[in-house]
Write a protein that binds this ligand. Structure first.
Ligand SMILES: CCCCCCCCCCCCCC(=O)SCCNC(=O)CCNC(=O)[C@H](O)C(C)(C)COP(=O)(O)OP(=O)(O)OC[C@H]1O[C@@H](n2cnc3c(N)ncnc32)[C@H](O)[C@@H]1OP(=O)(O)O
Length: 413
């Protein structure tokens, strides 16, 4: 079918080229999937009504773990244990997600992993490893955290799956499906039947396709490491000058979020997130955990009205460096990723511009954002450039019709 649609298109026409590239990316949807075809996820042929795809039966859940190849065993990982945390850190540092040109690899920091994976009410067996070999090394990893997702006004308790990783030596040996089946079993045991996850690749079947945008902060360094380029017709110095950011705040009364702000931030965030087709519901404990600033992990700021002491706006971003795999001069790119922004008194553009100024002060090289929520409105005016990375959003065992990116209110780290 993909082939048929391509016939007759003029490859020189940029729109046709874009459409062809898009169809190429979507090709996996037309292919056979030994694992995914057995799972309760939508495919192209099925007709679905919105909601649960299949009903789970608690009594039928397998009580024992899935078997692993000989020499490997399951391991519940305790991230509070320094040695185990280090094993996870090293597996991800050396084997986790890279860009398509293999120039950069995410380098999730240890404190970040504890933040992302140890929220309130976490289940100790949802941080799951596979160990093996003579040294009992970590070869595989997958995680879940409990979340409450609002899907078109309906609240569904589910698991957020992340950090699926298989050591390069064990790739293409069908270890990933076993990891997924085992975390699914461990979720079912808790009487939960849905999941949310994102991936940089197309699987059956995303409900939205998002694009990353990048705003240079340290342009000179980004050019040196090959993260960014100079647009045609502009000199390097003119480009650097154009992207320079002011030192001073543009919003008055912006300050770091503090513990005493949790109640107000929770209410502000929840009210805002209800505007989207899909968003998490964060309770106060979760806001305290996820939004309160942590050094080198999450950066959160509030705008406080000096007269009423009410918090009117919220800015947050998280820190995710990438290792430079091909640069002789630089070891890492320090990236800030837009997390949750809540515009109320100020516009999203003012908040995002303030975020860039703060991120520069916090020594980041680049500020990244997806085209979700209201973010798209600011990209052109604030000189964000479109990246070549896509992020696809998925639900497991829940069907919804395609959602436009500006209706997505979810950030998975
Ligand atoms: C109710 C509760 C439900 C809970 C579960 C909900 C679902 C959660 C789903 C997980 C959400 C994760 C969210 C994140 O963390 S996304 C981040 C994923 N990690 C990376 O990209 C890191 C680098 N890559 C690797 O470590 C490996 O390449 C991985 C582990 C990704 C695959 O290992 P490997 O390359 O050695 O392959 P295989 O031979 O073992 O297995 C091949 C099968 O695996 C399917 N595959 C490949 N990549 C992914 C992927 N990213 N999501 C889902 N499935 C994937 C593939 O289509 C094929 O199935 P099928 O096409 O034949 O059918």
């Amino acid at each position: 079918m993909v082939k048929k649609m391509q016939a007759g298109m003029d490859p020189k026409d940029p729109k046709a080229k874009e459409a062809m590239e898009h169809m190429q990316k979507m090709k996996p949807l037309y292919e056979k999937h030994d694992f995914w075809d057995t799972q309760p996820v939508p495919n192209l042929s099925g007709a679905f009504t919105e909601g649960e795809i299949e009903k789970g039966v608690l009594e039928e859940v397998k009580q024992e773990s899935y078997s692993l190849p000989p020499g490997f065993e399951w391991y519940d990982i305790d991230l509070e244990d320094e040695e185990q945390l280090n094993d996870v850190y090293e597996l991800l540092r050396d084997h986790y997600v890279e860009d398509s040109d293999h120039m950069f690899r995410f380098d999730y920091q240890k404190e970040f992993l504890k933040w992302a994976l140890l929220p309130p009410k976490q289940n100790s067996d949802w941080i799951l490893g596979v160990r093996g070999g003579k040294k009992n090394k970590l070869f595989g990893f997958i995680t879940g955290i409990p979340v409450k997702l609002r899907i078109k006004g309906k609240m569904v308790k589910m698991v957020e799956i992340n950090f699926l990783c298989v050591h390069a030596k064990l790739r293409d040996m069908r270890v990933a499906p076993v990891l997924i089946k085992e975390i699914t079993r461990r979720t079912h045991i808790k009487d939960m039947w849905q999941a949310i996850y994102t991936a940089g690749k197309v699987l059956p079947k995303p409900f939205t396709e998002c694009t990353y945008y990048h705003r240079n902060i340290n342009t000179k360094k980004l050019l040196e490491v090959g993260f960014a380029g100079v647009p045609p017709g502009r000199s390097k110095s003119a480009h650097i000058k154009l992207l320079s950011l002011p030192k001073n705040d543009i919003i008055e009364n912006v300050r770091q979020m503090e513990r005493r702000d949790v109640k107000q931030v929770q209410a502000l965030l929840d009210e805002y997130l209800k505007n989207f087709s899909l968003s998490f519901h964060f309770n106060k404990e979760e806001v305290l955990h996820f939004m309160l600033p942590r050094d080198n992990v999450v950066y959160s700021y509030v705008v406080e009205d000096p007269d009423t002491k009410r918090i009117t706006d919220f800015i947050s971003y998280y820190s995710l460096p990438s290792t430079c795999l091909k640069s002789e001069k630089h070891k890492a790119v320090y990236a800030a990723f837009s997390y949750y922004m809540v515009p109320k008194k100020h516009t999203i553009k003012e908040l995002m511009r303030q975020a860039l100024i703060l991120a520069k002060r916090d020594k980041f090289d680049v500020f990244n954002a997806l085209d979700i929520m209201d973010n798209k409105e600011v990209f052109e005016d604030l000189h964000f450039g479109q990246g070549n990375g896509n992020l696809y959003y998925y639900l497991y065992n829940w069907y919804i019709n395609d959602v436009s990116t500006d209706k997505v209110g979810i950030v998975l780290v």
